[in-house]
Design a binder for this molecule. Structure first.
Ligand code: AMP
Length: 580
């Protein structure tokens, strides 16, 4: 598949046919992909030291190259960051770095970025667009895309660094590709690349309203940004209407380049301002806001699975009858799989692996658990060897210097598209909450929070965001859940929520430890409104981008500042009485 160079080149049927051909022959395509990666990077010091001696077959590769995590690659990555321009991980030296969002570990991680990764990004965008557009066509419209570039900076050794999405948005070919995919962003570059996220968000909303008739889709990389944007809209809609009425941008936008760019778009338009005002006032609790504002929108688009699932309820509320389509599956380390079944709701979505964008291996979770105690390496299986119904941890080999890299994600195989697996994202592999023999993952926490949130929903309140913490500062240790809610709930109700959270962790390790008081009563700490915004701002300050932001679902010792923000903002706390 060739990268898009001209707008006219995109041919939907051709892209689908190519995908079908590649996935019918996934095993051979995987061998070819590995061969190309190893040939292109044969001179890399990392591979040379492992004694591959030019061999490129999967068997030799697995025999010589160890499974690694980011930690093992760090010494190599540090040398690159510090300016060592020799062939360290790749044949062609790396000149750009991506910063992953780092919300799991508390700080962003550097991973190598190169043109090949940009090319795979465009390939996956084209593939899922072709399938999506076959079902839900958009044409000659605009996208209201809540995308934000992070600050790009130079590393100690002079390499450009920014988040992976920033590296994509900054690529000269990105705009052209988006035009071809009928999704040009309605906001000018100055807004996307603006230095202040809050100002960019305000202007994205303003641009969306100015081009409201042309907007055919509302999107972001991760669904969190869309929910965040419309929560902000609820606060600023009158100010937006004033700007449109008078044709003058509010004085709170202070970045000169953004003011200049917006002044070209903003003309006094009292009719539009009145119309939006009327629509906003006519809505009941903002239900169906998105289609009201953007009558020609065909769907809402962004990653909606995994840690984005908790935002689905609110997103559905804003979207009303409008469809929610989940985007693709990937990471700063590389793309993995595309949503080629766009008709499925996000809860049922699967992602089909693109066999030509990387070499993929899968560690069976059952084996991972067994080998942990035996201190031997788990044995991954190949892309076409996975079994339906089984869960696996993904291992990536990409064209940018990662070889047999454990990404840390667990997926479940739901079926096959031709001979490539269709994956459901299950969770990050690291355990979130564990004190004793208890084991609770991000998903377990989500289930518990959803159960307890139903109790406050009865009072028309919602949990805006949440996170957790294991408190072992006193004996016995206990789980702490932090909640931000959008209004006042009674102490009685919140105590009930606290008990419900405690009861909802149903793994036997937890319940037995609770009964024997090896784990103390669960604590619910309610934080002030705006606390999670402060956490987001903290990550932005570290170089993360809103486009890739995921609320950390557990804060531990590596999240010192986040824990401090949370602790400073606790307004009420409750201890469970469930097992008393
Ligand atoms: P980052 O490198 O910071 O952008 O984060 C990448 C991580 O986001 C992945 O390893 C996944 O854990 C998560 N992620 C990416 N795409 C999806 C998806 N479609 N569904 C669920 N989680 C995803």
């Amino acid at each position: 598949m060739k990268m898009l160079e001209k707008v006219e080149e995109f041919n939907m049927e051709k892209v689908i046919d190519e995908f079908e051909a590649l996935t019918k022959d996934a095993e051979r395509v995987q061998r070819e992909t590995l061969r190309k990666i190893l040939e292109d990077n044969a001179s890399a010091e990392y591979l040379q030291n492992l004694g591959l001696n030019g061999r490129t077959d999967p068997e030799s590769f697995k025999a010589h190259v160890p499974l690694v995590t980011h930690k093992e690659l760090e010494p190599y990555i540090v040398r690159i960051i510090e300016g060592d321009a020799s062939s360290i991980l790749t044949g062609k030296p790396i000149t750009t770095m991506s910063l992953s969002s780092g919300t799991t570990q508390g700080k962003p991680k550097y991973v190598p970025w190169n043109d090949e990764l940009f090319e795979t990004t465009m390939q996956i965008y084209q593939t899922s667009f072709a399938f999506r557009n076959r079902e839900f066509p958009v044409k000659n419209g605009k996208a209201l895309s809540f995308i934000y570039s992070s600050k790009q900076f130079k590393t100690k050794g002079g390499l450009a660094a920014g988040t992976a999405t920033t590296n994509v948005f900054r690529n000269a070919q990105y705009k052209c590709a988006m035009k071809a995919l009928q999704s040009p962003c309605c906001s000018p570059d100055e807004v996307i690349f603006g230095p202040d996220f809050h100002q960019s968000l305000y202007c994205h909303l303003l641009c969306g309203l100015i081009f409201r008739e042309e907007v055919q889709l509302v999107s972001s990389t991760f669904a969190h940004s869309i929910v965040h944007a419309f929560r902000t809209f609820e606060q600023v809609w009158q100010e937006l209407c004033t700007d449109i009425r008078e044709g003058v941008l509010t004085s709170r936008i202070t970045v000169p380049s953004i003011r200049m760019a917006m002044s070209k778009l903003l003309k006094p338009n009292p009719e539009l301002a009145n119309l939006i005002e009327k629509k906003c006032m006519g809505l009941s609790n903002w239900y169906g806001l998105i289609p009201e504002l953007f009558p020609n929108a065909k769907y809402v688009y962004g990653i909606m699975t995994g840690s984005m699932e908790p935002y689905l309820k609110k997103l559905r509320h804003y979207a009303g009858e409008l469809l929610l389509l989940t985007a693709d599956y990937g990471s700063s380390e590389g793309w993995i799989a595309a949503n080629v079944n766009p008709k499925l709701p996000p809860e049922l979505a699967t992602y089909a692996v693109l066999p030509h964008i990387g070499y993929f291996e899968f560690i069976p979770i059952t084996e991972l658990e067994q080998t942990k105690f035996l201190c031997v390496d788990p044995q991954p299986v190949g892309l076409t060897e996975v079994k339906v119904g089984e869960e696996y941890e993904i291992v990536i080999t990409n064209p940018a210097g990662l070889y047999r890299y454990r990404l840390g994600d667990v997926v479940k195989v739901m079926g096959f598209h031709n001979s490539t697996p269709e994956l459901k994202f299950v969770r990050r592999s690291s355990l979130l909450l564990t004190i004793n023999i208890d084991k609770n993952t991000e998903k377990d926490l989500q289930i518990a929070v959803e159960a307890a949130a139903k109790l406050v929903a009865g009072d028309k309140l919602e949990v805006i965001d949440y996170t957790s913490h294991v408190d072992v500062s006193s004996e016995p240790g206990h789980y702490v859940i932090f909640w931000e809610i959008n209004g006042e709930a009674s102490d009685e109700l919140l105590s009930e929520c606290c008990n419900c959270l405690d009861k909802s962790f149903v793994d036997a390790g937890y319940t037995s430890s609770r009964k024997t008081n090896c784990i103390g009563p669960l604590e619910l700490r309610v934080v002030r409104k705006g606390t999670f915004q402060k956490i987001l701002d903290h990550f932005l300050g570290l170089g993360a981008a809103v486009s890739q932001y995921k609320t950390p679902r557990c804060v531990g010792p590596t999240h010192g500042k986040v824990l401090q923000i949370l602790s400073e903002n606790v307004v009420k706390s409750y201890l469970s009485t469930t097992f008393n």
